[in-house]
Design a protein around this ligand. Structure first.
Ligand code: MN
Length: 476
């Protein structure tokens, strides 16, 4: 926590809220076994780490209080003012909506955006709450865990991404990914760990080359860190590239933080003088920031035959890249902040337009479709009739789905029912479809399916199965 951000009186105010929550909760426990007050404190700590305002931190401490104690919003209003009340009642409104079924999902998403129109800050409490909850999901039944994890990736992480909150997005994704598919998570984690270990020496070598040249040029490097992509984004890339780590170029990113913008360009020069850049991979997001407000210089260079990505930025850009809109929230409430938030104007405009669209649309499904187009590239999540989540690439068919569930189900797939409607087997599935496979007694797998399916898994099984059956029938 960056204490200097708070006036001493604010700190007293936060302490008062903590004591208030502690008294109200007593030793109430959560399903995970942790105490209610520990959860509240951890949510508030996170909000403080994100450098948000005192009101938000207090709202974080009190965010579950209306639900789990006898305290009323009137009580909170008297103690902490109506701003805090608004923050926590908005938060509870979102909580009362469960993520289940398509319609509720769309409604959930819509309300989330609408509540941000009232106060974007509510979303920060939701993020902090969700991250803490994801850390203690083990005690829940598997189905519920997966559902929460899917929701966290699809809604929470996606929105964090749009707000430019990269760090929060990654944390949400990696925590959820483990619950969504532990096997895949462990597989990716092992690849990532190996990659870092195998390249440890290489990383040290290029770092010292850059550090030395920077020193000669009197440029002070404040931070130089090599790190992998988040595990979830690495997973998506791996799936896209035949699960082969050799095919992924930008697995490793090295971040260099220097004190000002001229130093950023100077460091870019030093890198290019030492290592050959890949054509068309030099991005100047300082001169032309991304719509989210993101600024940095990016380049991909060859180092000893490997492609390494560099991201060069100032400490301010670094903070913005991690916390997005939250980075400026504190300033916004001060006079000097108006100019700073101005740069975020682009993003606020985008949020405004999403909200306007949402308000105009009558059909919730329409809403869902249009929002989803931007939010999720290339992946869809569909459900089994039991509610298990199956992740597939966009454009997948019911046959892909069947093979994703089980090889036998694929081989015997005779028809499909999507959202209670019979469909053709080449129908393209959409996120949140509930897919039921009609099976026949004898296998009906055939070579024509290869023209329909998209996933490697389905292709592999179809080839195997058609070969075996051909052997049985023709004896060759
Ligand atoms: Mn909570």
């Amino acid at each position: 926590m960056r204490r200097e951000s708070f006036a001493p009186s604010d700190l007293e105010y936060v302490k008062k809220a903590y004591q208030y929550a502690k008294d109200a909760y007593g030793d109430q426990k959560r399903a995970s076994g942790a105490t209610q007050i520990a959860h509240a404190a951890s949510v508030a700590m996170r909000l403080a780490e994100w450098h948000l305002t005192t009101d938000i931190i207090i709202a974080g401490l009190l965010h579950d209080i209306l639900e789990y104690t006898n305290i009323t919003s009137e009580d909170i209003r008297n103690e902490f003012g109506h701003k805090v009340v608004r923050l926590i009642s908005g938060e509870n409104l979102l909580d009362s909506l469960k993520y289940w079924g398509k319609e509720q999902y769309a409604e959930n998403l819509r309300r989330m955006f609408l509540s941000m129109a009232e106060d974007v800050q509510i979303i920060f409490i939701k993020f902090a709450d969700r991250i803490d909850n994801l850390k203690s999901l083990e005690y829940l039944p598997e189905e519920k865990r997966k559902r929460l994890a899917a929701e966290s990736i699809e809604i929470y992480a996606a929105i964090a991404g749009r707000l430019g909150m990269e760090k929060i997005k990654q944390e949400l994704e990696d925590l959820s990914f483990r619950h969504l598919n532990e096997k895949e998570y462990n597989w990716v984690k092992e690849i990532a760990d190996h990659y870092l270990k195998d390249n440890e020496k290489l990383i040290e070598r290029f770092k010292s080359v850059i550090a030395e040249d920077a020193k000669k040029a009197h440029i002070q490097i404040l931070e130089m860190n090599s790190r992998l992509k988040s595990l979830y984004s690495l997973f998506l890339k791996l799936v896209e590239h035949d699960r082969s780590v050799e095919k992924i170029f930008d697995i490793l990113a090295t971040r260099i933080v220097v004190k000002d913008i001229p130093s950023c360009y100077a460091v870019l020069g030093i890198i290019h003088a030492n290592f050959k850049p890949l054509p068309r991979r030099i991005k100047d997001y300082i001169a032309q920031p991304k719509p989210s407000g993101y600024r940095s210089l990016h380049t991909n260079v060859f180092v000893e035959g490997k492609v390494i990505e560099f991201q060069i930025r100032t400490p301010e850009m670094q903070h913005e890249a991690e916390y997005g809109i939250a980075a400026h929230w504190l300033y916004k409430e001060t006079k000097a902040g108006a100019a700073k938030i101005g740069r975020r104007g682009e993003w606020l405009k985008e949020l405004d337009s999403i909200q306007r669209e949402l308000k105009q649309k009558t059909s919730l499904m329409q809403t869902l479709q249009s929002v989803k187009i931007d939010l999720f590239k290339n992946r869809i999540f569909v459900f089994t009739p039991k509610g298990d989540v199956i992740e597939l690439p966009e454009g997948s068919s019911p046959i892909d789905f069947a093979y994703a569930v089980h090889a036998q189900l694929g081989d015997h797939c005779h028809g499909a029912v999507v959202n209670d409607m019979p469909v053709e087997l080449d129908r393209k599935l959409r996120s949140h479809d509930v897919v039921q496979i009609i099976t026949s007694e004898k296998p009906c797998v055939n070579k024509n399916w290869l023209k329909i399916v998209l996933t490697r898994r389905a292709k592999k099984y179809i080839k195997e199965a058609t070969k075996t059956y051909a052997e049985k029938i023709f004896g060759n």
